[in-house]
Write a protein that binds this ligand. Structure first.
Ligand code: AMP
Length: 291
């Protein structure tokens, strides 16, 4: 496995692979890798001849008061995990390699970013779209793998690829959870023992929402209200949002029909955690939670 930090090195290697007619898969990450990231890499390993993973904590997608500086990093452990899965190349650039002096071009999106995380993190998706576009131009993958854990991001990337005619297949992968249900996240490391226990309210509420929908609740407001009521039972939880939106447009829905994403962001102490489930249509969530 190669670990490279320059754009030129990635380009040279991928060009060689493409000359040989090999299919290149790509998994963009911010590192501090866990089994959620691993599941994307394993899927890429199965689907593609060569697998590239990027590890880059992208400053552009963090707001001024967010956790850019404290975001956990551990390249050594990340490299071990990637190696064990059979990743062929890790791209781990410095910020200066990605954003040269005078950088002033952005990829932004008007739709899909007004609700959910876009509301409380107004510059987030501009940063995500810009860095993912750049990474796509650098790596030129045939397929790119994203987790449903960040369902709005998955929808945004799918839209961007379609709108900008990028010749890349976007593959969505199910949420990987801890044994007790908590969605795996690099940010779980911020939680102390008490907060870790309290954080279970998210997956419990996802399970409740899934059950209500399965039992036939079709009124989105009622579903969201029931989920909020459940979250409020946990004194350490502070709701950022719970919403039911169309999976394709990320616009609020009144009725649960078609492909609906029910998503939440909840603060446990200072840590903001997200979780979601998808109802109907192209449901690809295997929540791993005992029903
Ligand atoms: P991040 O490092 O948080 O930017 O995540 C990189 C990729 O891993 C994104 O596509 C995420 O959606 C995905 N991912 C993160 N956590 C999980 C999880 N628990 N299950 C599945 N995919 C995940």
């Amino acid at each position: 496995m190669q670990i490279v930090s320059t754009i030129n090195e990635v380009r040279a290697q991928v060009k060689e692979w493409k000359r040989e007619g090999l299919i290149v898969g790509f998994v963009p990450t911010m590192g501090y890798l866990h089994e959620g990231h691993a599941s994307l890499m394993k899927r890429a390993r199965l689907d593609c001849d060569k697998v590239v993973a990027s590890i880059f904590v992208n400053p552009m997608q963090f707001g001024a008061n967010e956790d850019l500086d404290s975001y956990p990093r551990d390249l050594e452990a990340d490299a071990k995990l990637c190696e064990s899965i059979g990743v062929d190349l890790i791209f781990h650039p410095e910020v200066e390699e990605m954003y040269a002096d005078g950088f002033c071009s952005f990829v932004d999106m008007n739709g899909l970013t007004k609700e959910l995380c876009g509301k409380s993190r107004p510059i987030h998706f501009r940063g995500v779209c810009t860095v993912v576009s750049k990474l796509f131009h650098i790596v030129t993958p045939d397929k790119a793998f994203f987790g449903q854990k960040d369902a709005q991001q998955l929808a945004v990337i799918r839209r961007m690829v379609k709108d900008l005619n990028m010749d890349i297949e976007v593959v969505g992968c199910p949420i990987v959870r801890e044994e007790d249900g908590l969605a795996k996240s690099s940010r779980n490391t911020y939680l102390n023992e008490e907060e870790r226990k309290a954080a279970l309210i998210l997956s419990k509420t996802i399970r409740l929402g899934e059950k209500l929908a399965e039992d036939g609740m079709t009124n989105a407001k009622e579903l969201v209200a029931a989920m909020k009521e459940n979250l409020e039972k946990e004194p350490m939880a502070k709701i950022d949002y719970v919403e039911a939106v169309s999976m394709d447009t990320i616009e609020k829905v009144d009725k649960i029909e078609g492909n609906v994403l029910v998503a939440m962001a909840v603060y446990i102490g200072k840590t903001r955690l997200i979780d979601n489930f998808i109802i109907g249509g192209e449901k690809n969530a295997d929540t791993g939670i005992e029903k």
